[in-house]
Design a protein. Structure first.
Length: 269
């Protein structure tokens, strides 16, 4: 049943945004195919994962019509390969040491691509309380990356030895991005050391102002100012903060406030 699948999605506090988005798209497809009330399904999805911009964007695309929804889903399917190509081109001279935290499937895929250019060292924090960073460390080690997993308190001190910081995101707005707690201090430490900070986020994670104002947060996630970010690695290329603002404004034109309001009407905000 769709309700049970949504409940499972709501209970998931470990999976990354890309995995959550894939499941949300499958649920919306099932609702469309089964004649289930699409508006209520879309509302339930954003209630289940209220901080994830891609879930809001998938729900908005579904409410906009089948053609728009399938175009959105097709882009999501192409995004991982496009993201890694963007990162591969950006790091034409592969950095020797990258810092990250928590677990991001997009970040992991980028690092697995970079190892093909030569030896790569990664330091990641374990990210309490679920310690998703340990899962990332295990995945990277299996791919041949020299990886060190530190405590959350120690990660900022490693920045001065790094060539770049690479982190994921659940949402990217015109002024900030949302990721696991600890990201803000890590980005600030990197900025102080002159180490570039890149956010790996496909276009489906961008949030127009109408969605950004409705995103919920939790004690385990925090917004980090784009002012401390060098660029956002997307499936459309690398966007500097000013370009991110323009992209979010453009998305606002594609997502009428009436639809956003319809989604958020019973979302508890």
């Amino acid at each position: 049943m769709i309700s049970k699948r949504i409940a499972a999605l709501a209970a998931d506090r470990v999976s990354g945004a890309s995995d959550i988005l894939g499941r949300a798209i499958d649920i919306l497809r099932s609702a469309l195919a089964g004649g289930v009330d699409l508006t209520e399904t879309a509302r339930a999805l954003v209630r289940a994962q209220p901080s994830m911009a891609p879930v809001w964007n998938a729900a908005l695309a579904a409410l906009a019509g089948p053609e728009r929804f399938e175009a959105f889903a097709a882009r999501v399917e192409r995004a991982p390969a496009a993201l890694t190509r963007t990162a591969f081109d950006l790091f034409s001279d592969a950095p020797r040491h990258i810092i990250t935290l928590s677990y991001s499937g997009s970040v992991a895929a980028v690092l697995e691509a970079l190892i093909r250019r030569g030896p790569l060292q990664v330091t990641c924090s374990e990210s309490a309380p679920a310690r998703e960073g340990r899962a990332l460390a295990a995945r990277l080690a299996a791919a041949g990356v020299a990886v060190t997993c530190t405590t959350d308190d120690a990660i900022d001190a490693t920045v001065r030895f790094a060539n770049a910081v690479l982190v994921g995101a659940d949402a990217v707005t015109a002024q900030w991005f949302l990721n696991k707690i600890g990201t803000r201090s890590l980005a600030a430490a990197a900025a102080a050391e002159g180490v570039p900070v890149y956010v790996v986020a496909s276009r489906d994670k961008l949030a127009p102002a109408s969605v950004a104002s409705r995103l919920a947060t939790s004690p385990l996630f925090e917004p980090t100012p784009l002012a401390n970010v060098t660029g956002v690695i997307t499936d459309d290329g690398v966007l500097v903060p000013g370009m991110v603002r323009q992209a979010c404004e453009a998305l606002g034109l594609e997502a009428p406030q009436s639809l956003v309001a319809l989604l958020g009407a019973h979302a508890g905000r």
